[in-house]
Design a protein around this ligand. Structure first.
Ligand SMILES: Nc1ncnc2c1ncn2[C@@H]1O[C@H](COP(=O)(O)OP(=O)(O)OP(=O)(O)O)[C@@H](O)[C@H]1O
Ligand SMILES: [Mg+2]
Length: 280
């Protein structure tokens, strides 16, 4: 814990614009009624057109909670942390005109996928935004299983040229939230992520809807070169550091590899003592 704080402080002093780490507690679970997950649309907006075209798949609230997906439940004791993260990230992105955000970490199992999904849902909770979550962790794709999605067409078919991107998109029954899931791991993922096909796809996803924020779930920076292959196509990056999952050396090394990209901030995940004013 101490070494993470020190490394983040060090990075802060070295980097312009790096926000203090956001502490995300261990997410507890409690059953919620299915009625909390409802579909609605914004009449007359880009989002309305989008949602009419994208198939809606209702999610299982109990499964979401078991996977620590809680940002859509305003009464959940941890959803405030994702609201705060959402607000900080959007402020920074708006200031810089950034619309695509990568989520990565130094090493495995830091909570990238949990943070990416909750953040994308948190962004969609703002009525003037839509969010698109893309699973570009082509080695260990987990967005679909975390959400409980199991369609037939996914990013796998889009990347092999066998489907159009709209065919792979799913609206998981949460307003203004769309997912581009990956169902199977893919060989040669670094080559794919650095390819002109992925560059064109990222451009299309970024430009198609002006109110959309694209959140991209990635593998860890230190495990594979996939992250460095795709980051030139993404406006900015959020680093998730899991409490106890990376050494200080690994955090330093990851920061150094990301130094030529725009770092929005660092999330300290799995913190055991998050603070929140009791009245708010
Ligand atoms: N804030 C948290 N508190 C407690 N456990 C968490 C928290 N965030 C994530 N986890 C758990 O840690 C494990 C890893 O989470 P997740 O899959 O999001 O990590 P990841 O960084 O995406 O992993 P990978 O490197 O395999 O892609 C999961 O079991 C998840 O439920
Ligand atoms: Mg993951």
């Amino acid at each position: 814990m101490e070494r993470i704080k020190e490394a983040v402080e060090k990075a802060k002093s070295q980097r312009v614009g790096l926000q203090p780490p956001l502490h995300v507690a261990a997410v507890r679970t409690a059953a919620k009624p299915a009625s909390e997950v409802v579909q609605e649309s914004l009449p007359g907006t880009d989002a309305d057109v989008h949602y009419r075209q994208t198939p809606v798949v209702e999610l299982d609230p109990a499964h979401l909670e078991s996977q620590r997906i809680v940002a859509h439940q305003k009464s959940h004791p941890v959803s405030w942390a994702f609201d705060l993260l959402r607000t900080q990230v959007l402020q920074k992105m708006d200031e810089n005109g950034w619309r695509t955000l990568a989520v990565t970490s130094p090493t495995m199992e830091s909570g990238k996928t949990v943070v990416a999904i909750n953040l994308a849902i948190g962004i969609a909770q703002q009525t003037n935004r839509t969010s698109l979550l893309v699973d570009f962790d082509l080695r260990r794709p987990r967005v679909a299983s975390s959400l409980g999605l199991n369609g037939r067409i996914s990013l796998n078919e889009v990347l092999t040229g066998n489907a159009r991107v709209e065919q792979a998109m799913v609206n998981p029954g949460i307003p203004r939230f769309v997912v581009l899931p990956t169902l199977q791991s893919m060989p040669n993922s670094a080559e794919l992520l650095g390819s002109s096909r992925v560059a064109a796809l990222m451009g299309e996803l970024r430009e198609h809807y002006s109110d959309r924020i694209v959140v991209v779930d990635l593998p860890p920076v230190l495990a594979v070169d996939d992250v460095l292959a795709i980051l030139p196509r993404i406006d900015c990056v959020l680093m998730v550091v899991g409490n106890g999952t990376s050494t200080r050396k690994e955090i330093d090394e990851a920061m150094s590899r990301l130094s030529k990209f725009q770092l929005v901030g660092v999330v300290l995940n799995k913190d055991d003592a998050p603070s929140r004013n009791a009245y708010y």
